[in-house]
Design a protein. Structure first.
Length: 434
RNA sequence: GUGGUUGUAGUUCAAUGGUAGAGCACUGGAUUGUGGUUCCAGGCGUUGUGGGUUCGAGUCCCAUCAGCCACCCCA
């Protein structure tokens, strides 16, 4: 049947059959980030649009054509956030989070919005997780942020990915490099694609990233950033690498990494899913040492990364990873007859208040249907109550794995909590062995 | 935003322009209160939507919407 309403293009519903994976991934990320001493920050999903125009850069594709912009009733221009860093930095500046702290370490996760043609692994509303460390230019912080990103993927059980790092230079040496690039590419101007010709003077580093064959070939012999870094940037980069080595994080230096957003300076890195040809960036990040100023605050160095949940799930599926997350019922309740049904609500609430996960379908009546449903639910055991049991003032508890069954006094069942429930299950398992 | 491709039952897919089907899933049953196997039974779905051609359209044409692929970009 054709539904009357459908999700908007490029969006999707996270349905119950996968939502447990989301809960798991979110929790894993939060737990790991907390252990690295990052605290959660939650910002609105929309901001003044010029926040992004100024920070992300008005020549970037994100701002040029992918922003969801709208006017509110008073004519102010807002945009659904296309990325997470600018809002976090805005909040850092606005709330003076830096006062009394040399580094402020923040994590976030939530929906981002970009108007782009949808594709697998690319959506108009997508979900990112990320961290930002603001206030320190110490290369150790760079390494720590990168290690956090790396550890997250590793801890999930992923391995088919590569960490690539680069240093795109500070505003000073980056300019020298840009000059060299323009000089170099200028020789081949006629052979470059129109986009590259246009970008050459605005953002020459982007030419290195072009996928057009001839541009690629020309770019292969272009000057390399590493040769243009000034002493400060070079030692910074070296130290980041030293720290990463110390922390056992494998990486490759890739001088061609150019991040797409304008605010990046110095350290830049990406983690690439090797199993994919396109949409293969699992996560990316880097330094943004002049972003606080652009947003109207005092100069403060910062670094962070962001990754996409959708691409994470693709990678997990590819690797055939079973997430250890399980949320199966402890007990499935079966009632037979009206008397039994009448005593269910109280008993079930009792068990739930004691912390047990209880499943029950009041509309199913036959024993068979209820047993089938219990089986399908994956519940550890069923509790059966019928006229016989009521007469004995007891219930039948059946362990679904061992198929062993035992009568338990009603009073004892009411008292069941996670601990005594586990004991009861073990007892039933023992019965099977005899 | 550009080019290509696809759109049939909950799902995966069939159906030389002539009555729309199958596997899986789902529901019920195989003697009275015990699941995962097996067997039997159960589907009239505006064939994505709207037009057009035709005696007749799931099938051909146009438009539109959506997915996928490549480009672009990135998460």
């Amino acid at each position: 049947m054709a539904a009357k309403y459908k999700v908007p293009r490029g969006t999707y519903d996270i349905l119950p059959d996968v939502s447990d994976k989301w809960i798991y991934l979110e929790n894993m990320f939060k737990k790991l980030a907390l252990s690295f001493d990052y605290k959660l920050i939650v910002t609105p999903i929309f901001e003044k649009s010029d926040l992004f125009e100024r920070s992300v850069g008005d020549t970037s594709d994100i701002v040029e054509k992918e922003m969801y912009k709208f006017q509110d009733k008073k004519g102010r221009m807002f945009a659904l956030r296309p990325e997470g860093t600018a809002p976090v930095v805005r909040s850092y500046v606005e709330n003076n989070l830096g006062i009394g702290n040399s580094v402020v370490k923040l994590m976030y996760h939530g929906p981002m919005f970009r108007y782009d043609r949808p594709q697998k692994g690319r959506y108009r509303q997508f979900y990112q997780y990320g961290v930002e460390a603001i206030g320190s230019n110490n290369p150790y912080i760079d390494a720590e942020v990168i290690t956090l990103a790396y550890s997250f993927l590793k801890n999930l059980g992923l391995s088919n990915f590569n960490l690539e790092i680069n240093n795109i230079g500070c505003p000073v040496c980056s300019k020298d490099y840009d000059k060299a690039l323009v000089e170099y590419f200028e020789q081949y101007r006629e052979q470059l694609c129109p986009d590259c010709q246009k970008r050459m003077h605005k953002n020459p580093k982007r030419l290195l990233d072009c996928k057009v064959k001839t541009c690629k070939e020309i770019g292969a012999d272009a000057p390399v950033i590493t040769d243009y870094l000034d002493d400060e940037c070079r030692t910074h980069f070296e130290q980041v690498q030293n720290y990463l080595t110390q922390m056992d994080v494998p990486f490759e230096v890739n001088p061609r990494i150019v991040r797409g957003l304008d605010y990046y300076t110095g350290t830049a890195f990406e983690i690439i899913n090797n199993g994919l040809k396109t949409q293969n960036a699992l996560l990316g990040g880097g330094r943004y040492n002049s972003l606080t100023e652009q947003v109207g605050g005092k100069p403060q160095p910062g670094i962070g990364f962001a990754g996409g949940f959708e691409r994470l799930l693709i990678a997990i599926e590819e690797a055939n990873l079973e997430l250890p997350f399980e949320n199966l019922p402890d007990v499935y309740m079966i009632d037979l007859g009206e008397k039994a049904q009448n005593m269910m609500p109280g008993l079930i609430l009792n068990l739930r208040n004691n912390g047990l996960h209880v499943s029950y379908d009041i509309d199913k009546t036959s024993m068979k249907a209820q047993m089938k449903a219990a089986d399908k639910s994956g519940a550890q055991c069923v509790i059966i109550i019928g006229d016989e049991e009521i007469e004995n003032n007891a219930v039948n508890v059946k362990n679904m794995n061992c198929r062993t069954q035992k009568q338990v006094k009603l009073d004892a069942v009411r008292e069941l909590n996670n601990e005594s429930f586990a004991e009861l299950m073990a007892e039933l398992a023992d019965l099977q062995e005899k």
